[in-house]
Design a protein around this ligand. Structure first.
Ligand SMILES: Cc1cc2nc3c(=O)[nH]c(=O)nc-3n(C[C@H](O)[C@H](O)[C@H](O)COP(=O)(O)O)c2cc1C
Length: 274
């Protein structure tokens, strides 16, 4: 099921990337909704690092990470796909993953909103509303959910210009290798953080797994303890909104709404009063 080769980039994409580059911002605020039995739903927000649009190209990695992918026989995914889906990396044990329903035992609320503020010379707020999903669980009990999520992401991916959808190169693209690419993009110390004691549990409690300790360095990109907790969180945007304050006398607010229209979908743009 190759994605539609003709699908075009989102109309806001170039503007977003130019603001990101100019402002040198790299993190944003990600909000989720937390449900608990018998309690009203509450918002939760935290800072996360934007890891680019899915799928992260291997060529964007540090050369040591590229060398590690090759040396450990994982290899590099061909750079044949792109999308307008925001990616971040996270730990399956953190609150946000359960809140969006990405943990093994959880039904969650996939609704998320990401807020970027591009300050320096850009003065623009970006709000990205949509569905948050995770990939990267290798657990057998997650296999069905993982495949359904992959299909949803795949439907919003497109072939890069010049890529031939039926070529052997395109067929060689693999999900597992893509998750490993995100894992490799972290430093060994950052990879080690996926073997920390469970985030958010009391420090007075001994970790239930003796391999969970602070300050570990991970070189093995398949390290089972770290990879069990490592996830790529992908935002499938449904609504993207900018508030451009760069000219105080002409503040601009624009919203793009994703319309599921045939295979590829399309974006509808409206200019609003700020
Ligand atoms: C600058 C900065 C960047 C961060 N980047 C991430 C990230 O990319 N992924 C992540 O899961 N947490 C990141 N965190 C930590 C989160 O803010 C948060 O503490 C953690 O994800 C646990 O939140 P949760 O339990 O609500 O999921 C970052 C924190 C800061 C201050």
């Amino acid at each position: 099921m190759p994605p539609q080769p003709a699908a075009a980039a989102a109309p806001w994409r170039a503007l977003f990337l130019s603001g990101l580059e100019k402002s040198s911002a790299s993190s944003f605020t990600l909000s989720t909704i937390a449900h608990a039995p018998g309690k009203p739903a509450v918002p939760r927000a935290r800072t996360v690092e934007f890891r680019g649009f899915f799928p992260k190209p291997a060529s964007s990695l540090h050369h040591s990470a590229i060398d590690a992918l090759k040396a450990q026989n994982i290899g590099l995914n061909p750079e044949v796909y792109e999308s307008d889906l925001f990616s971040i990396t996270t730990d399956a044990r953190m609150g946000k993953v359960g809140q969006i329903g990405g943990s093994s035992n959880g039904e969650g609320d996939e609704a998320v909103e990401g807020v970027f503020w591009f300050d320096e010379g850009v003065k623009t707020q970006w709000r990205v509303r949509g569905r948050g999903v995770t990939v990267g669980s290798g657990k057998e009990e997650d296999a069905g959910r993982e495949r359904r999520v992959q299909e949803r992401i795949f439907r919003r991916m497109r072939l890069r210009e010049g890529a031939d959808g039926v070529s052997e190169e395109v067929k060689g693209w693999e999900w597992e290798r893509q998750v490993a690419t995100y894992f490799a993009s972290h430093t060994p110390a950052m990879r080690g953080s996926y073997k920390n004691p469970t985030p958010g549990t009391p420090r007075s409690q001994n970790p239930s797994n003796p391999e969970w300790k602070l300050n570990q360095k991970v070189e093995d990109l398949r390290d089972p303890v770290a990879r069990e907790n490592f996830r790529v969180l992908v935002i499938l945007p449904e609504e993207v909104e900018t508030l451009d304050l760069s000219n105080p006398e002409d503040v601009r607010r624009t919203r793009w709404t994703f319309i599921e229209d045939g295979e590829a979908g399309r974006w509808q743009e409206i200019e609003m009063w700020p």
